[in-house]
Design a binder for this molecule. Structure first.
Ligand code: ADP
Ligand code: PEP
Ligand code: MN
Length: 534
């Protein structure tokens, strides 16, 4: 029995792709799971999740990402070490070899999907996969069109994803056999040499981050949810800072866990699914995410499973530190049906400070908000990017430099306008270390972070007594009901106060050094919002 759905009028041949492969168009979850298992791409867990391995690449290959530099992008893309240029000639070679590889496949899986839940601002994306489980992944992660929309679907962007492709640095201008190449003129993205599925969803993110500012929409690397009072909050943060974990909260309606747009009328999800870290997943502090691991339709990457009993071991990091689970957004019980909410009333900036210097929460002025948004400080936690094996302090502008094709001031100006228009409150939240730096102290308890967030988001925290942080100048609450007062003052949690002061000065120096590149792009108020050197 062939699980075949209608072939869209605009098929691959119309895109210049010639192949004799059997093409599976827009298969739904069940046939994709069946096909993945029958092709031995993965195994079912005892509760029905599909468990797969990604092999060598268990995280994004940030250093292998390229954007074609041509007339479209020369002036609009901010080329730098994280946004590396590729010549049109190298891309042409790469495309030729990708098309040749497609021609030789026996089977291909294609999904037509949307990036973006707000109809006026979404992008139509076609994803062509050689692996059934990759096709299931991207169908799970992006927004799924209604069945009747598929026959007439004409993609704007196309992603060709071939994990078995081996790039050749000489012929393709790549750095290694792995390549993620984005061409904004041809609206084509080529992903080769990696089975880490997250590359696909983050590529669509890059497309929207490029496109939406032209329409005045602020694209954001953030999670988002809606409180019982009907007000939305967004949680900016780099990988590992807690976007996914903290946005899944029984008392709030989830909009999305990773990528959103802020339009005049809404905060809307770019995606239709979530991609959670599974390592050491604790059913008590993350019950909603834990429950998704026991469902048919969830895809688990690199989670270790007993091949006989098919039970999962979330504590085993022998395949990866960055173990992942992909599930549709409605697997989280309290999630928004429309995948969107009203424009945010609160903006949270999450940071996982490995120095243990920043307080667990602070209130920012609009100028401090701009300063911290452009700085994008965190400590990268092991796993999501290759080569990062222990936490390391890093500045990634807009809390998402690898995904932001344009100059940070483009996104900064959008945020500034949005914050001013809506009169939103902005908070900096440290989900990182307390009681000392990484290695001495410990990670902030999730319970404490949640309690502080709830106080900020229900408005009660605004009535607390605040003190100015001596190093950063932002306002830190002195006491919050239900939270251990001691953790509110990071210095008090360190045994060695001199050591704290030294580390704090070191961190301040690093902020100042990093911000120099933005000084000319911001007004005096934002420069004034910087921490002061000793
Ligand atoms: N206080 C905390 N707040 C948020 N996450 C925490 C905290 N302490 C530990 N964690 C862990 O840190 C990780 C955060 O990852 P995740 O929520 O996936 O971040 P992101 O979505 O921003 O990449 C999770 O594994 C979570 O269990
Ligand atoms: C999917 C990713 O996002 P995050 O770690 O922020 O959840 C990633 O960085 O590969
Ligand atoms: Mn996440």
């Amino acid at each position: 029995m062939a699980a075949q759905s209608t072939v869209p009028a605009h098929d691959l041949s119309q895109q210049g792709i010639a192949t004799n492969a059997e093409i599976h168009w827009n298969l739904t979850t069940a046939p994709l799971v069946e096909t993945s298992v029958s092709r031995e791409e993965g195994l079912l867990s005892k509760d029905g999740a599909l468990v797969v391995e990604t092999g060598k690449h268990t995280g994004r290959s940030a250093k292998d990402k390229f954007t074609v530099k041509d007339d479209t992008t020369a002036e609009t893309v901010w080329f730098n070490d994280g946004n590396k240029p590729m010549s049109p000639e190298h891309f042409a070679n790469l495309k030729e070899d990708f098309l040749a590889a497609l021609g030789e496949k026996e089977t291909l899986f294609v999904q037509d999907l949307y990036g973006g839940s707000q109809p006026e601002h979404r992008v139509k994306v076609r994803v062509i996969n050689e692996l059934a489980w990759h096709n299931l992944f991207i169908r799970t992660l992006l927004c799924r069109p209604e069945r009747e929309e598929l026959a007439g679907f004409v993609p704007e962007f196309t992603i060709i994803d071939l994990p078995t492709f081996q790039a050749d640095p000489e012929r393709h201008g790549s750095r290694s056999e792995t390549v993620v190449a984005v061409n904004f003129t041809e609206k084509l993205i080529l992903i080769g040499g990696t089975r880490y599925a997250g590359e696909m969803k983050k590529s669509v993110f890059g497309v929207l981050n490029y496109k939406l500012p032209e329409a005045g929409i602020m694209p954001m690397h953030c999670s988002a949810n809606i409180g019982p009072n009907g007000k939305s909050a967004v949680f900016f943060g780099l990988s590992g800072t807690g976007k996914t974990t903290l946005s899944a909260d029984a008392s709030r309606t989830l909009i999305g866990d990773d990528e959103h747009g802020w339009s005049d009328t809404a905060v809307f999800n770019f995606e239709g699914g979530c991609y959670a870290k599974m390592i050491r997943l604790d059913p008590e502090s993350e019950p909603e995410i834990y429950a998704t691991t026991k469902r048919f339709g969830t895809v688990l990457e690199n989670v270790v499973m007993d091949p006989e009993t098919r039970t999962l071991d979330f504590d085993d990091n022998s395949k990866a530190e960055n173990t992942r689970g992909a599930y549709p957004i409605d697997f989280i019980p309290n999630s928004s049906e429309e995948n969107l909410g009203p424009p945010p009333s609160n903006v949270i900036m999450l940071t996982a400070d490995a120095f243990g210097v920043l307080p667990p929460i602070a209130k920012l002025t609009p100028e401090q908000a701009m300063y911290h948004f452009l700085s994008g400080y965190t400590a990268k936690v092991a796993g999501t990017e290759i080569g990062v094996t222990e936490p390391q302090a890093t500045f990634s502008t807009c809390f998402g430099a690898p995904f932001m094709p344009r100059h940070p001031s483009v996104y900064g100006d959008l945020l500034k306008t949005r914050i001013a228009e809506a009169g939103v409150d902005v908070w900096l939240v440290n989900t990182g270390w307390t009681g000392g730096p990484h290695g001495v102290g410990h990670r902030m308890p999730i319970k404490a972070t949640r309690a502080l967030l709830n106080a900020a988001l229900d408005g009660s925290l605004k009535d607390a007594e605040f003190r100015a942080d001596p190093n950063f100048g932002f306002q830190v609450p002195v006491e919050v009901p239900g939270v251990d007062t001691a953790i509110l003052d990071p210095r008090s949690t360190w045994d060695d106060k001199d050591a704290y002061d030294r580390k704090a000065r070191e961190l301040v120096e690093r902020f100042i050094e990093n911000f120099a590149q933005f000084a000319d792009h911001v007004d005096e108020g934002v420069r004034e919002a910087a921490p002061k050197a000793a």
